[in-house]
Design a protein around this ligand. Structure first.
Ligand code: DGL
Length: 259
C-alpha cells in the first residue's frame, strides 16, 4: 500500500512515525509545505486552497490513500476533501473525536490546537454531532508550535506556557485531552506531567492509523519513504532523524509557483 500524507512542515512526521509503526509494509510519500507554513494562523480560504493543491500533488504520485496530517488544514477543509481520482482521504480529526468520546467518563473533553483549528469549531461541532452531552473545552495555543520547532521540548518556558494554556482544563477538569495539532505529541511528556494521571491524552496519529487499518485493504508494498518539501528546511532532517531514525533519501525540493 502506498500512503501519501501532507502537513505544513515537520509536524506531520509525528503522524508518519505512527503510521510506519502500525503499517510497516506500506510505502510513504510525505509532502511538507515548508514554504507556506505556519498553517495554524492562516485564513480558512487560504487553507482550503493549500489543501486542494496538496491533495492534487499527492494524487499525481498515485498513492492508494491520502492522509491530511495537519489539523489546521483538516479543520477548515474537512467538507471539501475529495480526490479527483477517488483516492480515499483520511483526516486526523474524526477518528480522534470518536476516540475521545469513547474514553471520556465525565463527558468533558479538552482540545488544544492552533488558532485556525480552534476558530473553525470543528472539534466541538463534530464531537457534539456524535454526542450532544459531551462538553468540549477548546484552547488555542499559538506559541507551542514555534517552541517545538525550536526544539524547546524540555524547557521551563514551554512548561510555563503549557501551564497557562491548560489552566482552564485543570480548574474545570476534563478527563480526556485531544492533542489537536501535529506538533503536540512531541510535548506528551510535559503535558502529562501538568495534567496528571487522571487526564487521558488522545494522540490523533494513533487514531488515524487505526482508521486506515479498519477501512483499507492493506496490501504489502516495498517499505520506503519519499519526502517532498516546498522550501529548504534544515531542521526537518533533525526532526526526521529523531522521529523516524533516518531518511531513506534526501528530501526533494518542489518549489511552488504561487504563494
Ligand atoms: N501542522 C499544523 C497543525 O496540525 C501546525 C503547524 C502549523 O501551524 O503549520 O495544525
Amino acid at each position: 500500500m502506498h500512503i501519501g500524507l501532507f502537513d505544513s512542515g515537520v509536524g506531520g512526521l509525528t503522524v508518519l512515525s505512527k503510521l510506519k509503526e502500525r503499517i510497516p509494509k506500506a510505502r510513504f510519500t510525505y509532502l511538507g509545505d515548508t514554504a507556506r507554513l505556519p498553517y495554524g494562523n492562516k485564513a480558512p480560504e487560504t487553507l482550503e486552497r493549500y489543501t486542494k493543491e496538496n491533495i492534487e500533488f499527492l494524487d499525481q504520485q498515485n498513492v492508494d490513500a491520502i492522509v491530511v496530517a495537519c489539523h489546521s488544514a483538516s479543520s477548515v477543509a474537512l467538507k471539501m476533501l475529495h480526490s479527483q481520482k477517488g483516492t480515499p482521504i483520511f483526516n486526523v480529526i474524526a477518528p480522534s473525536c470518536e476516540q475521545a468520546i469513547k474514553n471520556s467518563k465525565n463527558k468533558r473533553v479538552g482540545v488544544v490546537s492552533t488558532k485556525a483549528t480552534a476558530r473553525s469549531l470543528v472539534y466541538p461541532n463534530y464531537i457534539n454531532s456524535l454526542d450532544e452531552n459531551v462538553e468540549v473545552l477548546s484552547q488555542e495555543c499559538p506559541l507551542l508550535v514555534p517552541l517545538v520547532e525550536e526544539g524547546m521540548i524540555e524547557d521551563p518556558i514551554t512548561e510555563m506556557m503549557l501551564s497557562r494554556y491548560l489552566k482552564e482544563m485543570l480548574t474545570e477538569p476534563v478527563d480526556t485531552l485531544i492533542l489537536g495539532c501535529t506538533h503536540y505529541p512531541l510535548l506528551k511528556e510535559p503535558i502529562s506531567k501538568i495534567c496528571g494521571a487522571s487526564i487521558t491524552l488522545v494522540d490523533p496519529a494513533e487514531s488515524v492509523a487505526g482508521r486506515i487499518l479498519d477501512q483499507c485493504e492493506i496490501k504489502d508494498d516495498e517499505p520506503g519513504l519519499k519526502v517532498f518539501l516546498t522550501d529548504h528546511a534544515p531542521h526537518f532532517i533533525n526532526h526526521a532523524k529523531q522521529l523516524l531514525g533516518a531518511l531513506d533519501s534526501e528530501p526533494i525540493l518542489f518549489p511552488k509557483s504561487q504563494g
